[in-house]
Design a protein around this ligand. Structure first.
Ligand code: ATP
Length: 252
């Protein structure tokens, strides 16, 4: 199983580093929440880690050829609009492309992976629907299903639960933590600190391009970090369902 190793990763936009010397070792079996305020550098870090943009330093995924990387990592970008009027099943099936040789047709394993991903994203019955004719949240679920159908050892997702209703947000986070429990590495940029605290095994906190905290949710979501990085005060509680973190007020 593959993890993700970043060493002194930096990305410059003009003279400013928007990702500033980030080193991280993420291992199979971890469900990692990448958190930080707007503009902290989360998307840029993930894109550099995948080798999609120019960067300094190294990333174990960016080193791979495009074909190797497509088998190693599934990437769910932030933009969720679907441009192609194809069926849901066809779109989710695109996740199998890295597993097919030139001209090779899908086999039973591919069809099973597609059906499994559809079912896990609560999309059974949507197979023949036109993807462009779905609601925003349904389209987001279809794109997550495509990434899940890829069955890559690493899943990197940029705000995957944005736009999903609360039940589908929880179900998706549960799916991600389940994939990690199966031995995959999941790295997801998240703005919902409550769901991040509940479902992630580890949180990586970014601020102004730098990694400022990394560890179990309770150690990262401290009062001091929330105030300094997010400008927030939050309510914390331990419950039988896990930690509850609810931002309650903006602090100066
Ligand atoms: N193509 C670009 N050209 C110039 N600056 C950019 C570019 N892309 C991103 N930036 C800047 O880099 C910084 C980090 O952006 P990034 O999208 O990585 O943040 P983020 O943490 O993902 O934010 P959000 O939570 O809003 O999605 C921001 O200040 C942004 O304005």
């Amino acid at each position: 199983m593959t993890g993700l190793s970043l060493s002194h990763l930096s990305v410059h936009r003009g003279p400013c580093p928007v990702v500033d010397d980030v080193s991280l070792d993420l291992r199979p079996g971890e469900c990692v929440g990448l958190i930080g305020p707007n503009g902290a550098g989360k998307t840029t870090l993930m894109r550099a880690a995948l080798g999609l943009i120019r960067h300094k330093g190294t990333s174990s995924l960016a080193r791979l050829s495009a074909a190797e990387r497509a088998r190693a990592a599934a990437w769910l970008p932030q933009m969720r609009e679907i441009a192609w009027p194809v069926s849901v099943e066809t779109l989710v099936g695109l996740g199998r492309t890295p597993h097919l040789g030139p001209g090779q047709r899908m086999g039973a394993a591919d069809r099973a992976a597609i059906a499994h991903a559809l079912s896990r994203m609560d999309l059974a019955g949507y197979e023949t629907r036109r993807a462009t004719a779905l609601s925003g949240g349904e389209q987001a679920r279809v794109l997550i299903a495509r990434a899940v159908a890829q069955e890559a050892p690493v899943l990197i997702a940029d705000e995957p639960i944005a736009g999903l209703d609360p039940a589908h947000q929880i179900a998706t986070m549960r799916l991600f933590s389940g994939l990690a429990a199966e031995g995959r590495l999941v790295l997801a940029a998240l703005h919902d600190l409550g769901l991040a605290a509940r479902f992630c095994t580890r949180l990586v906190l970014m601020h102004r391009g730098q990694l400022v905290a990394d560890g179990p949710p309770r150690e990262v979501l401290t009062e001091a970090n929330l105030a300094r990085v997010f400008g927030l005060r939050a309510y914390f509680a331990e419950t039988p369902d896990g930690p509850v973190v609810q931002p309650v007020e903006v602090v100066a």
